[in-house]
Design a protein around this ligand. Sequence first.
Ligand code: FE2
Ligand code: FE2
Length: 132
Amino acid sequence: MESLAVGDPLIDAQHRAFFDEVGAVVLALADGASRAVVQRFHRDFIISLARHFRDEELLLSRIHYPDLDHHQAEHRALMASVTALAEILASADSLAEMMVVVRNTITTLIEHMALEDMRYRRYVSQPQAERW
Ligand SMILES: [Fe+2]
Ligand SMILES: [Fe+2]
């Protein structure tokens, strides 16, 4: 995933952790995890996402990223769509349906990282940033 690194150690660690968390829930689902397990993952994920957005917006303001307003709006929209998945999760009664929720969460996150987070990368100056 080196190609998705933004060059800030904290932000890159948070991005990496999302993939680890999603990987763990995919494995749990493959193992027949209950809805409660997936719901707990979803709740924890929202907490990590809120913390990440806050840290990322602090970084963007520190580096005077010119498109911060747009990026914040994207974060708000992403948070709304991930939060809305809780309802689908609450009524999902099969592993397949829960897998759809997890897949939507991953897709939404990857799209944001690839399309939006990559746009601020060139403003981050951390030459010896940890690579992944
Ligand atoms: Fe972002
Ligand atoms: Fe991000």
